[in-house]
Design a protein around this ligand. Structure first.
Ligand SMILES: NC(=O)c1ccc[n+]([C@@H]2O[C@H](COP(=O)([O-])OP(=O)(O)OC[C@H]3O[C@@H](n4cnc5c(N)ncnc54)[C@H](OP(=O)(O)O)[C@@H]3O)[C@@H](O)[C@H]2O)c1
Length: 316
């Protein structure tokens, strides 16, 4: 991969896309291009065709998606299915038709069946039913994985899919209405600390287990896929290490300096008991995560403190 190859990062303003741009720039890639959804709505096929004809990127990294939690997925199933299909179809086919050398498609662990054995291996894809709460998103993402696999098979093109575990880091979403568990906890402990509240109430029993990967490590996995021709069509990206939600809360409490008690509201749902990715395939090829969870939470908390002015502080 030449450092002056034109690399289009779709979704460059998002948490993952921004991390990819930072890592690529730090590694000397000089022609990174991105367009906001206002400048180029990736659901608009004609606009995307025009963009590819004009720009002709040699690499396309797809970090653009309509993303959201259980509530958004269940309220807007059609948008989660169709927007994501449109975005990825336009990108995959645009790259293919315009002879891009490489396409890196990002999805998530929700593509795997609800009851698949843990840790989740790539070969469990399409072996049984999906988790119904996000099946719309998952079906779109599975279609993207399969489209890239089909292009690989039929045309021997380097189109590859990476499936990250739960990500966190700079530019995360700290809005309590829509955020994932890790940034939501940072926000809750921060709000409790500045309001001098001795207790923090968190959802569920604290016993489910989850895996977390810093977004900068994810971006380095993308760099790895960019600089190497990976032999398979699909790779999981994670740490291979999980912890209970209770252990996560205690780590975040330590980093934020909150001294009080954590109350577990067991009337709220726990979600899946465990979700751990088997990332041995990518590790065997030479990629490994570098940022340990406590260090990553500290970095994310520092970023949050510097950018807190963007978020409304909750007075409790
Ligand atoms: N965050 C995680 O924990 C996580 C975990 C696993 C996998 N992933 C995957 O990583 C990818 C990116 O996620 P993220 O967390 O970075 O999401 P994000 O912060 O919400 O960013 C999504 C990006 O997609 C762009 N986008 C959405 N709709 C678009 C449209 N119609 N046209 C053009 N651009 C559009 C947005 O552009 P604008 O900002 O310009 O609107 C934004 O830059 C997704 O495929 C997701 O499944 C994320």
């Amino acid at each position: 991969m030449k450092k002056d190859n034109k690399i289009y990062v779709a979704g460059h303003n998002g948490m993952v896309g921004a991390a990819i741009c930072r890592v690529l720039a730090a590694h000397g890639y000089s022609q990174i291009i991105g367009k906001s959804s206002k400048e180029l709505d990736l659901r608009n096929q004609a606009a995307v065709i025009n963009f590819f004809k004009t720009e002709k990127p040699s690499v396309v990294i797809d970090a653009a998606a309509r993303v959201g939690g259980i509530l958004a997925n269940s309220n807007y199933p059609y948008q989660f299915l169709m927007d994501n299909l449109l975005i990825q179809n336009n990108l995959i086919n645009g790259a293919f038709e315009n002879q891009a050398d490489k396409f890196i498609f990002l999805g998530s662990s929700c593509i795997y069946p609800k009851l698949a054995p843990q840790p989740l291996k790539e070969e469990y894809l399409l072996t049984s039913e999906l988790e119904p709460t996000n099946e719309w998103y998952a079906i779109a993402k599975i279609t993207g994985v399969k489209a890239c696999e089909a292009i690989r098979k039929q045309y021997q093109k380097d189109f590859v899919s990476l499936m990250p575990t739960n990500l966190y880091g700079s530019f995360d979403n700290f809005d309590l209405q829509t955020s994932h568990v890790l940034p939501a906890m940072i926000r809750k402990f921060y709000d409790a600390t500045i309001n001098n509240h001795a207790t923090v109430t968190l959802w569920g029993s604290g016993t489910p287990m989850r895996e977390f990967l810093h977004v900068d490590d994810m971006a380095k996995a993308v760099l790895f896929a960019l600089e190497n021709t990976l032999p398979e069509y699909l790779y999981n990206v994670g740490t291979g290490v999980d912890l209970t939600i209770k252990e996560l809360a205690e780590l975040i409490q330590k980093v934020t300096g909150h001294k009080g008690e954590i109350i577990w509201d067991s009337s709220k749902p726990d979600g899946t008991r465990r979700k751990l990715m088997d990332n041995s395939k990518l590790q065997q090829l030479g990629w490994k995560y570098q940022i340990e969870l406590e260090q990553g939470i500290q970095q994310t908390y520092d970023w949050f403190l510097k950018n807190i002015h963007q978020y409304k502080t909750v007075k409790m």
